[in-house]
Ligand binder design. Structure first.
Ligand code: NAD
Length: 346
């Protein structure tokens, strides 16, 4: 049965093509940027950032390759200072969710527009959600000003994404889709986006992990990542709350999603037959939680929270933090439920 809904999604220009990064200067011009600060992660991210800086030519104001996962507050402050020092009139975020997350933190304070060139499947470029971490806490918020105005999807940039990152990042996107099917704010659009993205990931993610240079698989996975990110407009539930709380304890984001998802699915699908039925169809009639677990176990990623370095002694604190969010849909969640779920994932 279709639930009452409000679908409220701000506009965004999306360009998807192999080689699309070559048009970054034209896209910057279209946004009216004349001094863009390129934001990236260090290492290989910085090399790609330098290439984008070159491509931007006279529209570039500099490269700030200091993004760190979960955007620690001092990293956000340094990014804002870099944008001010460079007198930037816009940000070109190149890389995964970490680079885009730093650009969002800068945009939240400065109002600078973002042009995003994503190179993982995290999907942050499609959302107005941003997070900043402080100690063991990550504060997550929404602000339409941080939504990138333009996204340039170039699947060629993902050909070198290592198998483990491909798998973890892909499961992060799969988690967006699975959760989109059971959150109360879902709409017919977010449900359709999530279902199509899942169909693409189930068919193509194993191929992209096994053979990173498979252009067809890479293109389908990046397109699926866009749809998966767009399905996040339905809002978050237990799964993303858990991932953010565990992220606050220093766990890597995408890998945590991969480990936790089958356990959350087993718990939540018991309260949402509609989502369970849809997922069963995507997985060819198999039990969805089992199928998700099988997907993860076939990938070269950590399989348990203990392999991610999670301290078992923090289970109670994590459970209390998740329970404090009083999640009631698709079924009420108590601290005891979360504790059992984390024990199983541990
Ligand atoms: P990431 O951006 O940290 O990238 C992971 C690693 O892969 C990094 O070392 C990076 O340099 C490398 N890398 C990225 N692209 C590459 C490529 N094409 N080739 C080779 N190496 C590459 O990780 P992520 O999982 O993309 O992002 C995680 C962050 O994004 C977290 O902080 C998470 O909270 C945030 N996130 C936010 C949203 C949102 O809607 N706001 C959604 C998803 C994730």
């Amino acid at each position: 049965m279709t639930q009452p809904f409000t679908h409220d999604v701000p506009p965004q220009r999306v360009v998807f093509a192999p080689g699309a990064v070559e048009s970054v200067a034209d896209e910057a011009e279209r946004l009216g940027l004349s001094r863009a600060l390129v934001v990236a992660t260090p290492g290989s991210g910085a090399r790609l950032g330098a290439r984008v800086l070159d491509l931007l030519g006279r529209r570039a104001a500099g490269l700030h390759a200091q993004a760190v996962i979960h955007v620690p507050r001092p990293v956000a402050a340094a990014g804002l200072k870099a944008a001010k020092d460079a007198e930037a009139d816009g940000l070109v975020a190149v890389g995964g969710g970490s680079a885009i997350g730093l650009a969002k933190a800068i945009a939240h304070e400065s109002g600078l527009p973002i042009l995003a060139v994503p190179t993982t499947y995290a999907g942050s470029e499609v959302t107005a959600i941003f997070g900043i971490s402080e100690g063991e806490r990550k504060r997550v918020d929404r602000d339409v000003r941080v939504l990138p105005r333009t996204i340039l999807y170039d699947p060629d940039l993902t050909l070198g994404l290592p198998p483990a990152v491909t798998a973890a990042s892909g499961m992060n996107a799969v988690a967006h889709c699975v959760e989109a099917l059971w959150v109360p704010r879902r709409t017919p659009v977010t449900t359709a986006l999530a279902t199509e993205a899942l169909r693409l990931f189930v068919a193509q993610l194993p191929r992209a992990v096994a053979e990173g240079r498979d252009r067809a698989a890479r293109g389908d996975c990046l397109a699926a990542a866009w749809l998966a990110g767009a399905s996040l407009a339905a809002g978050n539930g237990l799964h993303h709350k858990l991932a953010h709380v565990l992220g606050g304890f220093g766990l890597p984001h995408a890998e945590t999603h991969a480990v936790v998802l089958p356990h959350v699915a087993r718990f939540n699908l018991a309260g949402c037959p509609e989502a369970a039925e849809r997922l069963r169809a995507v997985f060819g009639g198999r039990d969805p939680a089992d199928a998700l677990a099988a997907m993860v176990s076939g990938f070269p990623v950590p399989q348990r929270l203990r392999e991610l370095g999670f301290d078992r002694g923090k289970i109670d604190a994590a459970a209390a933090e998740v329970a404090a969010a009083t999640i009631t849909a698709p079924r009420p969640v108590t601290a005891g439920d979360v504790r059992r779920l984390l024990e199983a994932a541990y």
